[in-house]
Write a protein that binds this ligand. Structure first.
Ligand code: SF4
Length: 160
């Protein structure tokens, strides 16, 4: 917690400065470049968590129909996609790219087998479905007993 600004949030994101910050979540009208909404939160609040409430606010605030929105990859969640569909708003959301760390396996190194709903890792272990998180991402888990002795472990994960 910041001693000088205890309400600020500690931000830790790729390619952003690290430290205590505030965030201004802005929505801009694409036709005229008017800022139609600004919502300030502590810097550790993720953009996607406030979006649906901002969408609701904008829809209630202005008389014009909202046809479409363009969002960056940080907003690519099932909750937002569902909210847009339910409100009849066409959403264009950038695709998330999971680049991974240099020298490490990427997600594409794991092959999905739809018939069995498993991922096959580079060492041919089958990773089984574990859970779906609140953002809609499905998690598949390996067997730690196998991974512990895997010669590819260092390229696979930093997790022991
Ligand atoms: S550590 Fe080895 S066995 Fe475990 S998931 Fe990675 S590649 Fe597969």
């Amino acid at each position: 917690m910041s001693r000088t600004d205890p309400d600020a949030g500690y931000m830790y994101r790729d390619q952003k400065p690290e430290g205590f910050f505030w965030l201004a979540h802005r929505t801009v009208d694409a036709k005229h470049n008017f800022i139609v909404d600004v919502h300030v939160t502590p810097g550790n609040v993720s953009d996607s968590t406030v979006y649906v409430a901002r969408l609701e606010h904008i829809l209630g605030r202005f008389a014009f129909p909202l046809e479409a929105v363009a969002l960056d990859a940080g907003y690519f969640t099932t909750e937002i996609a569902k909210a847009l569909v339910e409100r009849g708003v066409f959403g264009v959301i950038a695709r998330r790219r999971f680049g991974g760390k240099k020298g490490m396996y990427r997600r594409t190194s794991f092959n999905y087998v739809s018939e069995e709903d498993v991922y096959v890792c580079p060492a041919k272990q089958r990773l089984t479905y574990r859970t779906t998180d609140r953002h809609g991402y499905r998690h598949y888990a390996s067997d730690p007993a196998i991974c512990q002795n895997c010669p590819l472990l260092e390229k696979c994960t930093s997790n022991r």
